[in-house]
Design a protein around this ligand. Structure first.
Ligand code: 13P
Length: 251
């Protein structure tokens, strides 16, 4: 069944002390969030372990923001899926536009990373989304279809049960400019269709597709009311526990 999920991507924010404090506040307030809404937080690697401990006993799940494209060995600075799994993560985010843009993340790499993550028993939150100039040129459908096909068409219907898509228009990330609920619904329905073309209607119906990009308490309700929007991947607003929880209560 399709899951409602609100995930917080903390990006490169918080030190360990701040992160643990934030996680404690999120864990405590998570009791107010309806049982059917899944909560996930993705802190930086350095405090996954400590944040995991702070979340213990709550419904909040732990995620990494990225993983290596190799299992182990001489890859200085990288963190493997087994390391991530071993500190209690259930998820990893992959293909965030910031990684695609600043760190040369390619769809080919994302196929490898997704394979490794799934094999390690991690769920994957795969990010897709167009840049401003692509939307202005009317290419947003093509861009998103390509990103979804280039990665997910390498997987099976069974694998898709452990994958969530996050549609994050790059022009809406950290800009305060949110896609309208109509714009978001239109592309979420389109992405679901791209999934259906390969895997069939049932897999597509069961797939959670999250919206990300300046999602906040004031606009979450309208976004989450859309038929094909199953939650959010939250950046800035996830750094304040009360905002994050209010977003999760917006269904
Ligand atoms: P903002 O919510 O800060 O726009 O960031 C969204 C995002 O990139 C989540 O991954």
């Amino acid at each position: 069944m399709r899951r409602k999920i609100v995930a917080g991507n903390w990006k490169m924010n918080t030190t360990k002390v701040d992160g643990v404090e934030l996680a404690k506040q999120v864990a405590e307030a998570s009791a107010e969030v309806p049982a059917e809404v899944g909560l996930v937080v993705a802190p930086p690697f350095t405090h996954l372990c400590a944040v995991g401990k702070a979340l213990a006993g709550s419904k909040v799940e732990l995620s990494a923001q990225n993983c290596a494209d190799h299992t182990s060995g001489a890859y200085t600075g990288e963190v493997s899926v087994d390391m991530i799994k071993a500190v209690g993560c259930g998820w990893t985010i992959l293909g965030h536009s910031e990684r695609r843009e600043y760190y040369g993340e390619t769809d080919e790499k994302l196929v490898e990373k997704t394979k490794l993550a799934l094999a390690a028993g991690l769920g994957v939150i795969l990010c897709v989304g167009e840049k401003l100039e692509q939307r202005e040129a009317g290419k947003h459908f093509d861009v998103c279809a390509e990103q979804v096909k280039n990665v997910l068409y390498h997987f099976s219907a069974e694998d898709m049960k452990n994958i969530v898509i996050a549609y994050e228009p790059v022009w809406a990330i950290g800009t305060g400019k949110t896609a309208t609920s109509e714009q978001a619904q239109e592309i979420h329905a389109f992405i679901r269709n791209v999934v259906a073309e390969k895997f069939g209607a049932e897999v597509a119906e069961d797939m959670s597709i999250l919206y990300g990009g300046s999602c906040k308490p004031s606009n979450a309700k309208e976004l989450f009311a859309q038929k094909d929007i199953d939650g959010g991947l939250i950046g800035g607003a996830a750094l304040k526990a009360s905002d994050f929880i209010e977003i999760a209560k917006s269904f």
